[in-house]
Design a protein around this ligand. Structure first.
Ligand code: EPU
Length: 346
C-alpha cells in the first residue's frame, strides 16, 4: 500500500547549502512528487518526526546538524496555464531553479520576472521570504501557491492575502505557517509588458548598454541581462564563494529616528517607504563600522558588498554566527540600530 520512501540517514548537507557549511541531516528525503508527502503521513515511524524544508539552501545558516527529517524539495515542472484578464498565469514546481524559471518565462515571450534574474534558490523558496531585487518583489507578480499542510494531511491553495507578504517576510516565516510545505507557485505576468526601472542603478546601466549597442528597447531579455551583469559584479557566485546573499535585512526606522541619525551621519543611505518610514542600507552601516573585507576565522565580509557574509573556505556555522553577532553589536553600538538576519538559522 505504501511503497518504501527513499529516506536517507546522517545525510551530508554541505553541497545543499550555498554557504557550503558542513552540517548533516538526521533523516533526509528528496521530494520529487507531492504524493511522497501523503505517504509520509501514513508511515507511523515518520509522520511525527520534526521536519525542516530545504529548497536551494541559499537562505539558511546551518550552525549544527539538523535533528529533523529534511524535506529537500525537488518537485519539477513549468507550464503556462493560460490567461486571466490582462495577465498570463505561469506555474512552476517548488523544486525548479529560480533563475531557470525566470529564463523560461522570458524565452516564452513573457516579461514580469526579469528584475529577479539570477537570484539563487528555488521557486518554492521564493515566496517564503518574498524575494526581491531591483524594484520588484515576488508579491507584485504573485497569483497563488499550493501547500501541503501536515497538520491536516491535505493540500490547499493560498492567495496573496493568505501569504501575508512583507519585506523579506511571509506567513511561512511565522509559527502559523512554518509547517506548511510549498508544492508549486503560480505567477500572474502582464500580457502588455512595460519595464520596471524604478531602481536608478538598473535604469542607468540599461540605458547606457542600449545606447552603446545602438539598439532600441528595452525587452525583458535586455533587462534580465543587465540585472545579471549588475549582480555578477556586486555579489559573489555561490558556486565559487560560499554565501547566502544579503545576510541582514535593510532595517526600517521611523522618519524621526532617520532624521536624528542623519544629523549625526549626513552620508546615511536611506529610502523613504510608502508609509513614511525610512529603509536604511544595512550594507552602508556595516561598511561604516569597518567590516568590509574583514572576518572571524574563515567567515568573512565580502569586500565588494558588506551586506554579504562569505565562507572563505572551510568555515563553520559557528564562525559565521560569531561574525554576524559581532557585526550586529558594532552596528547597534554605533547607530543604535539592531540588524535582523535574513537567512533562517538552524
Ligand atoms: N552600500 C555601501 N557599502 C556596502 C554595500 C552597500 O555603502 O558595502 C550602499 C550602496 O552604495 C547603496 C546602498 O548601500 O547606496 C544599497 O546597496 P545596494 O543597492 O547594493 O542594495 P542593498 O540594499 O545592499 C538590496 C537587497 C538585495 C538586492 C539589492 C538590489 C536586501 C537585504 N538586500 O541590497 O537582495 O539584490 O537591494 O535590489 O534587501 C538578498 O536579499 O539576498 C539580496 C541580494
Amino acid at each position: 500500500m505504501h511503497p518504501i520512501l527513499p529516506i536517507e540517514h546522517d545525510f551530508p548537507l554541505q553541497a545543499l547549502n550555498t554557504f557550503g557549511l558542513p552540517a548533516r541531516a538526521r533523516h533526509y528525503l528528496r521530494v520529487t512528487d507531492a504524493s511522497q508527502l501523503d505517504r509520509l503521513q501514513a508511515e507511523p515511524g515518520l509522520a511525527g518526526l520534526p521536519r525542516f524544508v530545504l529548497g536551494g539552501g541559499s537562505n539558511v545558516l546551518l550552525t549544527r546538524d539538523v535533528e529533523a527529517l529534511v524535506l529537500h524539495m525537488a518537485i519539477p515542472g513549468r507550464a503556462i496555464l493560460g490567461e486571466e484578464g490582462d495577465r498570463v498565469l505561469v506555474r512552476a514546481g517548488a523544486g525548479e531553479n529560480w533563475h531557470g524559471f525566470v529564463d523560461y518565462t522570458i524565452t516564452q515571450g513573457l516579461g514580469g520576472l526579469e528584475n529577479l534574474s539570477l537570484i539563487p534558490g528555488t521557486v518554492g523558496a521564493a515566496p517564503i521570504q518574498n524575494i526581491g531585487a531591483y524594484g520588484l518583489e515576488i508579491k507584485d507578480v504573485f497569483h497563488s501557491l499550493t501547500v501541503f499542510d501536515p497538520a491536516l494531511g491535505t493540500r490547499r491553495t493560498m492567495r496573496g492575502e493568505d501569504c501575508r507578504f512583507g519585506y523579506r517576510d511571509s506567513i511561512f516565516k511565522h509559527p502559523e505557517g512554518a509547517s506548511l510545505v510549498v508544492l508549486d507557485v503560480t505567477f500572474a505576468l502582464p500580457r502588455a509588458w512595460r519595464p520596471n526601472l524604478r531602481y536608478a542603478e538598473l535604469a542607468q546601466e540599461l540605458a547606457h548598454e542600449l545606447e552603446a549597442a545602438g539598439v532600441a528597447g528595452p525587452t525583458p531579455r535586455q533587462v534580465s541581462d543587465t540585472v545579471v551583469a549588475i549582480r555578477r559584479r556586486k555579489l559573489p557566485d555561490p558556486a565559487q564563494i560560499g554565501n547566502a546573499g544579503s545576510f541582514f535585512k535593510n532595517p526600517v526606522v521611523t522618519s524621526a529616528r532617520c532624521a536624528a541619525l542623519l544629523a549625526l551621519h549626513p552620508q546615511l543611505v536611506h529610502h523613504r517607504q510608502p508609509d513614511g518610514s525610512e529603509k536604511l542600507a544595512a550594507g552602508w552601516l556595516i561598511d561604516q563600522c569597518g567590516w568590509k573585507g574583514k572576518g572571524i576565522g574563515a567567515a568573512g565580509v565580502y569586500p565588494k558588498q558588506a551586506l554579504v557574509l562569505v565562507n572563505k573556505g572551510g568555515a563553520t556555522g559557528a564562525e559565521v554566527l560569531a561574525l554576524a553577532r559581532a557585526i550586529q553589536d558594532d552596528v547597534a553600538d554605533r547607530f543604535g540600530v539592531m540588524l535582523e538576519p535574513e537567512p533562517v538559522f538552524i
